[in-house]
Design a binder for this molecule. Sequence first.
Ligand code: F6R
Length: 365
Amino acid sequence: DKGQYRHYMLKEIFEQPTVLARTLQGRISKTKVLEAAFGADASGIFDKVEGVQIVACGTSYHAGLVAKYWMESIASIPCQVEVASEYRYRKVFVPKNTLFVTISQSGETADTLAALKEAKKSDYLASLVICNAPNSSLVRESDLVFMTQAGPEIGVASTKAFTTQLIALQLLTIALGRRHGLSADQEAKMVAALATVPDEVAKALTLDTEIKITSEKFADKKHALFLGRGVEYPVAMEGALKLKEISYIHAESYPAGELKHGPLALVDADMPIVAVAPNNELMEKLKSNLEEVQARGGKLFVFSDQASAFPSSDDVTVINVHSVPDTIAPMVYTIPLQLLSYHVAIVKGTDVDQPRNLAKSVTVE
Ligand code: F6R
């Protein structure tokens, strides 16, 4: 039932404050992550983990890429991320005491399931799935299970599944991190920030009207470039995937520092550039990347916060997101990008919930 909403996708975007709260419920105390959320055996396994291999497809793969930044910077352990269709057919080297993690909304994605089956023949410490479908194949086949509480996702384009996966992955990062130098104080700070995610996401949703107006500037465009740096780069990748899936606009994502190495050649007045730009340690570098884009006549759409003080102009549309701690910025900045792709699709008149050529769950190779 779509309720008051015109599409399932919009309903699911707006459900995020509720389902994110549900995904956190019982998984954190005021100051700590509660490891039982990963299964009764989780703590004993986590004690031994020295590295993480993440495998997933599509949007779930992008969640994994965000987690790589977290794992290495917060948990101080190596983390590899790969799409399942590549992983499954490759001879892999498995470092000692590596945890094999799959991420899947449906739990039935054929390549991800095949990758897990391959992994079970290798020398992994254990397998963990982050999944939204309780009775799914991936849940049955994995040693440890973390259930996201997004509820059924009907729209083909994944929205609430992604942000709840990010919550799960940050809880995992903290659980592993506390064994590798993450202090109780740092953990408490991160947990406090996580507890604000539902409210911050609700604030981001109030940008809906502004984004709807902005979306009209994309309607006649054939291409768009999405830029981010650091942990916001995979957020930009996910933004580009959403736009191409439901509006059929060719959208590419790049880490902003790569512009000069090729993609800058594409930039002209017909190429909108979307930048994910919270005020973090990479902000100044990103700003100078974006100045290069502007100098070539590119039209910029910058998702930023007040603190970044991004000047708007005829060629620069700044959409101000409420300022949040770096650790939760990926969850929050995903929201306006989901809304952007939704409204662009509406302007273009595409079938938002059922984009052409796509299926909700890819159960064949
Ligand atoms: C994109 C999308 C797909 C899925 C991918 C993996 O909006 O929905 O890219 O993310 O097919 O599906 P799951 O997470 O069910 O394994």
